[in-house]
Design a protein around this ligand. Structure first.
Ligand SMILES: CSC[C@H]1O[C@H](OP(=O)(O)O)[C@H](O)[C@@H]1O
Ligand SMILES: Nc1ncnc2[nH]cnc12
Length: 291
């Protein structure tokens, strides 16, 4: 049996996890450098949990400047099996209003220049991103949201832009016409790296604004985003506390294989692998890299 350990990544305006008791902070180091902040280990409703604010305390890191590889590697080193990311996002649909939670199931990656894989020359791997969100984890989040009476929607597509500037009107209209649901700047490459690290991943996308397409709403700015996040922080915290409290002790095998994504992903022949690089990769891929 694999013990389930829940990790929470907090986004904009979410720099701590209320209710996390018996706190212990650890500044982790990984083969990819240091994560955004010290990992905060603790218990919530008697269950172990780990929290990391992706922008660091005080929001010192921009979406393009976050060391996503170090964040995911540190959470893997901490034993996290199930990772919930909390993100502020703009909405492309009138019915997805500020304060509404979207439990997205798909991402479109429009970022560029970010380090988006642990693998590379010397050990090449291609994991599937067909179903980037772990459905059982997503369902448990939905059940926790229902129990807390939080308006939310199961499924939706999150467009991840590079930023840090918000979108132009033409971009907003284009992505809206494409049928995407929400927009943010951080879910990628986070979701890709979680998959490579065989961590089940799901995102709670908290709608904070209508970006810039909606004639009846102000164009998004930082103040508006943070205001909505603060107004909804209590509900997000209640959802996460409920999720952790009700989470099974044992990690549930993921129906889309997020917890064994490397089974059929490595392509570099063992004899052709760079031994030093393989050593570095052990933190996330030790299960399949052999002795
Ligand atoms: C503060 S507005 C833009 C900022 O908010 C979102 O952050 P996160 O995904 O970490 O909640 C968006 O991705 C941008 O980083
Ligand atoms: N409209 C928006 N675009 C990109 N990231 C966001 N985060 C919150 N609102 C956003």
């Amino acid at each position: 049996m694999t013990k389930a350990i829940i990790g929470i990544i907090g986004g904009s305006g979410v720099y701590d996890l209320p209710g996390l008791d018996n706190l212990r902070e650890e500044q982790m180091t990984t083969p990819w450098g240091e994560p955004s902040d010290a990992l905060r280990f603790g218990t919530l409703a008697g269950r172990d949990a780990v929290f990391l604010p992706r922008h660091g305390r005080g929001h010192k890191l921009s979406p393009s400047g976050i060391n996503y590889r170090a964040n995911i590697a540190a959470l893997k080193q901490a034993g996290v099996t199930d990772l919930v990311s909390v993100s502020a996002c703009g909405s492309y649909r009138a019915e997805l209003y500020p304060g509404f939670f979207v439990l997205v199931d798909q991402f479109v990656d429009r970022t560029h220049g970010r380090e988006s894989s642990f693998f590379g020359n010397g050990c090449v791997a291609h994991v599937s991103m067909a179903h980037p969100v772990a459905p059982l984890l997503q369902r448990r989040i939905s059940e926790a949201a229902k129990a807390e009476d939080i308006a939310h929607k199961l499924n939706g597509t999150y467009l991840c832009m590079e930023g840090p500037q918000f979108s132009s009107y033409a971009e907003s209209m284009t992505y809206r016409a494409a049928g995407y649901d929400v927009v943010g700047m951080t879910a990628m490459p986070e979701a890709k790296l979680a998959r490579e690290a065989e961590i089940s991943y799901a995102t709670i996308a908290m709608v904070t604004d209508f970006d810039c397409w909606h004639a009846d709403h102000e164009i998004v700015d930082v103040a508006a985003v943070i205001k909505v996040v603060h107004e909804n922080a209590g509900r997000a915290a209640a959802l996460i506390a409920r999720l952790i409290r009700d989470f099974p002790e044992e990690h549930e095998t993921c129906p889309v294989g997020s917890d064994r994504a490397l089974d059929n992903a490595l392509i570099t022949a063992p004899a052709a692998r760079d031994p030093a690089f393989v050593e570095k990769l052990r933190v996330i891929g030790g299960r399949v890299l052999g002795a």
